[in-house]
Design a protein around this ligand. Structure first.
Ligand SMILES: NC(=O)c1ccc[n+]([C@@H]2O[C@H](COP(=O)([O-])OP(=O)(O)OC[C@H]3O[C@@H](n4cnc5c(N)ncnc54)[C@H](OP(=O)(O)O)[C@@H]3O)[C@@H](O)[C@H]2O)c1
Length: 213
C-alpha cells in the first residue's frame, strides 16, 4: 500500500516522517517538485517524489496536506484521479490576515464538509491528522501511553485506513463520528483540536461532550 502525500510543508512533512518511521511507503508531491524530492531523499528508500498527478494515480491513499484554498483548486482540476481512492484530509479552515489567524469558513461549515464535497462519489473520505499542530504532532509520536489522533468519517474503508496510518505513525486512533462531526477536530476552534490526550482522557472527554465514539 502506498500513501501519496500532497504537500510537504509543516504538516505533510511531519506526517511523511512518521509514516516512514512506522514502515509505510510514501510518495511525495508539492507545488515545487524539488521540495518533495528533497524530503524523499532525506527519508530514504520508503519515500519517493513524483508530480501531483503521478503521486495520486499511483497511490491507494492520498493525504491532502495543502491549505484549504489550495485543495479547493487542486482537487476539482483532477477529480477523476480521486476515483476509488481513500482521501485523508488534515485541513483546517484557517487563514491569516495582518498576522492574525482567522477562520475562513462560516462557523457552521467545516473544512471536512467542503473537501468531502469536492471528491467523486467513489472516493473514501476521512478527516484525520490535522487535530494537533504540526509541532505537537512532530514531538508526540510513539509515547507511552500513546497520544490520541481523532478522525471523522462515514466510510468503512476510509476508517480502516485511518486506523492503520494513525497507528503506523505512532498514535492511538479514535473516531469522533462522521463527516458532520469533523468541525469538532478542526482548528481554529474545534473543541477537541490542539489537545494532547491519551485514550482514557479522550474517551472521557468525548463522552462528556456527547460526541459519538
Ligand atoms: N501547520 C500546522 O500546524 C497544521 C496543523 C494541522 C493541520 N494543518 C493543515 O495542513 C495543511 C497544510 O498546512 P502546512 O502548515 O503544512 O502548510 P505549508 O507548510 O504552507 O505547506 C503547504 C504545502 O502544500 C504544497 N502545495 C501548495 N499548493 C500546491 C499545489 N497546487 N499542488 C501541490 N502541492 C501544493 C506546498 O508546496 P511547496 O513546498 O512547493 O510550496 C507545500 O509543500 C493546511 O490545510 C492546514 O490547515 C496544519
Amino acid at each position: 500500500m502506498t500513501t501519496a502525500i500532497i504537500g510537504v510543508g509543516n504538516l505533510g512533512g511531519t506526517v511523511a516522517r512518521h509514516l516512514v518511521g512506522g514502515g509505510e511507503s510514501v510518495v511525495l508531491a508539492a507545488k515545487d517538485e524539488a521540495h518533495a524530492k528533497a524530503l524523499a531523499d532525506e527519508l530514504g528508500p520508503h519515500a519517493s517524489a513524483a508530480s501531483v498527478e503521478d503521486a495520486i494515480a499511483g497511490a491507494d491513499v492520498v493525504v491532502l496536506a495543502t491549505w484549504l484554498d489550495q485543495t479547493r483548486e487542486l482537487v476539482p482540476a483532477r477529480t477523476r484521479l480521486f476515483e476509488d481512492k481513500v482521501v485523508v484530509d488534515p485541513s483546517n479552515p484557517i487563514g491569516f490576515e495582518n498576522g492574525q489567524m482567522i477562520r475562513t469558513l462560516p462557523e457552521v461549515e467545516s473544512s471536512g464538509s467542503v473537501v468531502a464535497g469536492l471528491l467523486p462519489e467513489s472516493a473514501h473520505y476521512v478527516k484525520a491528522f490535522g487535530t494537533l499542530g504540526a509541532d505537537q504532532l512532530a514531538t508526540s509520536a510513539n509515547r507511552e501511553p500513546r497520544v490520541v489522533l481523532f478522525y471523522a468519517t462515514d466510510d468503512d474503508a476510509a476508517e480502516a485506513t485511518a486506523q492503520r496510518l494513525i497507528t503506523a505513525a505512532g498514535f492511538e486512533p479514535l473516531k469522533v463520528g462522521g463527516v458532520s462531526d469533523a468541525g469538532r477536530i478542526e482548528g481554529p476552534d474545534g473543541e477537541l483540536q490542539g489537545r494532547i490526550f491519551d485514550l482514557d482522557e479522550a474517551r472521557a472527554t468525548i463522552a462528556t461532550k456527547g460526541v459519538k465514539a
